[in-house]
Design a protein around this ligand. Sequence first.
Ligand code: F0G
Length: 398
Amino acid sequence: MIRCISCGAEYGLDEIIYTCRECDSILEVVMEPDVSRDIFECRRNTMWKYKEFMPVDETRIISLQEGGTPFIKCDRLGEELGVNLHVKVEGSNPTGSFKDRGMSVGITKAVELGVDTVGCASTGNTSASLAAYAARAGLKCIVLLPSGKVALGKLAQAMFHGAEVLSVNGNFDEALEAVTALALEGELYLLNSINPYRLEGQKSIGFEIVDDLGWRSPDRIILPVGNAGNISAIWKGIREFYEAGFIEDLPRMTGIQAEGACPITNAVRKGADEIIPVENPETVATAIRIGAPVSALKALRAIYDSDGTSDTVTDEEILDAQKLLARTEGIGVEPASASSIAGLRKLVESGEIDNGEDVVCIVTGHLLKDPNTAINACKEPVSIEANIESLKNVLKDL
Ligand code: F0G
């Protein structure tokens, strides 16, 4: 069933519904599969390993083999920061971000429902992923992007997979409002994370972390927060495995926002249950340049219920952390993703995170999503003639 997270109103799994008809709050899918964790053994390492927890018809799955992403023990960086660190590399998904998990379930549901057009507003990755999965399912796809604020790799993906790409004169929040209104008139099936099926796919990040750790929870999970779907999804996944008796502990959910786009952190600092939207959000991490996150209520519950926290990082801290991860561990991520590492660094320095804590940082999108920012952060390549003398000349100065 689909249930309202505020008033508890219930809806059928086959209804096309995004918000509660009774109270206008957001919805979640409720699943209570009665299975043992032994069934996961020997299954292929994709998110469909946990198919009993996915609310779609398993015989008709639209998949590009998403999930099963690398879970890297980062001893060098961990030592530098004084924690026991794993990094979950979501850039290794088919289109280079965690959105693929949500889209696999969302597009499978779209096909089950028999819709012919899907759409979203996006800061880039959602549109890249939706375009690819819509192509695989043979559906028409419309994406709305804030003009001039989408990283090049993401734009290339959305266009190349054949989506109708609309460049909106406005920010993400305004684009989302426009496309949601269109969806409510029945013109398209909305696949932003307000659609509860999206989060059902993304909760598999939580499944994989505790599975990879040998059926235990880390002390803390740190991740970037933009529209606030992912933190809600991961917490939902971990809780489902906890309630099924697969693990005995729960992690503290720690959401990191960019200083110029931080409505969730502002609410957590006040202990508030609701956010006040940030007007004109701005950050170099364009993926999380969001002022009015639609899943704020779920995200705040995840943070409060898990005894977690939220903090902000500056653009400079984000870019430093992006370079640190790339050069200490060889893991290349886009700026938004690096905010989890920047947040870890800040929270260790402030004493919020204890020495030796077991921390998992989620890095959400690949370095190549935003090639311009990466190139701008480096010095220009040295130009040489193609002979050994000029090469030696350069080498002696290194
Ligand atoms: N990291 C990356 C790389 C993202 O693309 C996003 C969101 C987030 C983190 C934040 O996740 O929204 O669930 O809190 N990108 C969306 C998009 C908004 O349109 O691609 P969230």
